[in-house]
Design a binder for this molecule. Structure first.
Ligand SMILES: [Fe+2]
Ligand SMILES: [Fe+2]
Length: 185
């Protein structure tokens, strides 16, 4: 069976991604949250379902729903601050969904188990980056520019992303414990 790498997972989603995250701004993270809500976690859920992990699929869908909430919080914050709305990145990702699914299906065909394991690892990496680096940075910036209301919103996102990372770490442990999930009716 083909060894699946995290890079292969990222490659699946390449069509949705613009260049790099180099110019990641607080505002651009509305789109990142939308991307996780509409593209990444629903795809991971679909893969888990296909590979016979319905419980994990449910977890991915639950987290997807919370990412939507993050986008809502951030959008409300930026509206109050008078920051113009974004959404072009999200639209491009949605347009690329057919390509993304075809890429992913090819990977699943090669090694469904490997795809599920690496999806979990990618999810952990994404969440860790957000709760350890990205949002603390935005929060500190907000505090430095005397905007405690914004800092509070970022802290709320940090706490939520931290919880996501913990859920995914537990799910990966369970995956390796090899407890087979009960078959769906
Ligand atoms: Fe999020
Ligand atoms: Fe998250």
């Amino acid at each position: 069976m083909t060894e699946i790498t995290e890079d292969m997972i990222f490659e699946c989603f390449a069509a949705a991604r613009q260049g790099s995250d180099m110019n990641a701004t607080a505002e651009s993270f509305v789109d990142v949250e939308e991307y996780e809500n509409q593209i990444m976690y629903p795809e991971f859920a679909r893969w888990a379902q296909q590979a016979g992990y319905p419980k994990l699929a449910t977890l991915f869908r639950k987290v997807a729903g919370e990412e939507k909430l993050h986008a809502v919080w951030l959008r409300e914050l930026y509206q109050r601050m008078g920051t113009p709305a974004r959404g072009e990145d999200t639209q491009r990702a949605i347009d690329a969904l057919t390509t993304i699914r075809a890429n992913c299906d090819k990977l699943i065909g090669m090694n469904p188990e490997g795809v599920v394991e690496k999806a979990l690892r990618v999810a952990i990496r994404v969440e860790e980056r957000e709760y350890r680096d990205i949002y603390p940075h935005f929060r500190d910036q907000a505090n430095a520019s005397d905007n405690p209301a914004a800092a509070t919103v970022y802290q709320k996102v940090i706490d939520s992303e931290h919880q996501h990372a913990n859920w995914f770490r537990a799910a990966l442990q369970e995956y390796f414990a090899g407890a087979p999930e009960p078959a769906m009716a």
